[in-house]
Design a protein around this ligand. Structure first.
Ligand SMILES: Nc1ncnc2c1ncn2[C@@H]1O[C@H](COP(=O)(O)OP(=O)(O)OP(=O)(O)O)[C@@H](O)[C@H]1O
Ligand SMILES: [Mg+2]
Length: 229
């Protein structure tokens, strides 16, 4: 019943990867519908590979005209609905955001991405005004280095963390082999073999931490109270 949308008009910010990591992790214990609203259909392609978790359904968005109905239908049948949006601002983006209990804004720790994220947050605030509702959101740093972060990366993330008006996930999605492998191998992290990717255990822990933080935020915001309690 909780709708979580991944939005950032900056291409390559990690929306699709982070949405898939979250969906697979939640599907360990709950019914999840992942709506693929990226015109290149990366999640629809992933779903055709073997190993999709049983409790995870992937719906391919047809157009901006159908997104509201698709979210409604998914919400009726699933505990979590996760929407992966395209890398451009559009009416479809605003429609999906209007139905969301939380918006995740993935971004890399780079200056251009920081500027793009600020634009996205302003756009999101206009969407909130249009629907006369506060929609909780948080920035998710993605593709971060586990060790030896650059000075720019530290500077960018510190700027966001120091700004109380912009919530930031404590969990970062690190840059990991295991995460990009999902799109070629199929299935979730727990189906990968430690022989094929480096540091699988750390990738699984990272994904679990992210999912736990999303659930905590949803609870704090009062969404999905009965289902996730
Ligand atoms: N945490 C990660 N670890 C390793 N590779 C990653 C990670 N996140 C993203 N990538 C890689 O970076 C590229 C862009 O990621 P992704 O497709 O998730 O971004 P996106 O925001 O959905 O892009 P678009 O705007 O084009 O839809 C992909 O090749 C993906 O495999
Ligand atoms: Mg994408």
């Amino acid at each position: 019943m909780a709708v979580v949308t991944f939005a950032n008009s900056k291409g390559g910010s990690g929306k699709t990867t982070s949405a898939l990591i979250l969906a697979c992790e939640l599907a360990e214990h709950a019914s999840v519908c992942l709506i693929d609203a990226d015109p290149r259909r990366p999640l629809t392609t992933w779903a055709k590979l073997p190993g999709k978790p049983e409790r995870l359904t992937v719906v391919t968005n047809a157009s901006e005209k159908t997104i509201l109905d698709e979210i409604d239908a998914a919400r009726a049948d699933n505990q979590f609905v996760i929407v992966d949006l395209e890398g451009t601002a559009s009416r479809l983006t605003s429609y999906a955001i209007s139905q969301s209990d939380m918006v995740v804004i993935p971004m890399k720790e780079q200056q251009q991405d920081a500027l793009a994220a600020i634009d996205v947050i302003q756009e999101l605030k206009r969407d909130m005004k249009a629907v006369r509702r506060t929609i909780p959101f948080a920035v998710l740093f993605t593709q971060t280095k586990v060790v030896a972060k650059s000075r720019t990366a530290r500077f960018v993330s510190n700027q966001f963390k120091a700004n109380d008006a912009t919530p930031v996930f404590a969990t970062e999605i690190h840059e990991r082999d295991a995460y990009s492998a999902l799109f070629s191998v199929g299935g979730g992290l727990r189906r990968l073999s430690g022989r094929d990717v480096n540091n699988l255990e750390a990738a699984i822990r990272n994904a679990a931490d992210f999912a736990a933080e999303v659930v905590t935020m949803l609870r704090a915001n009062g969404a999905n109270q009965k289902r996730v309690a």
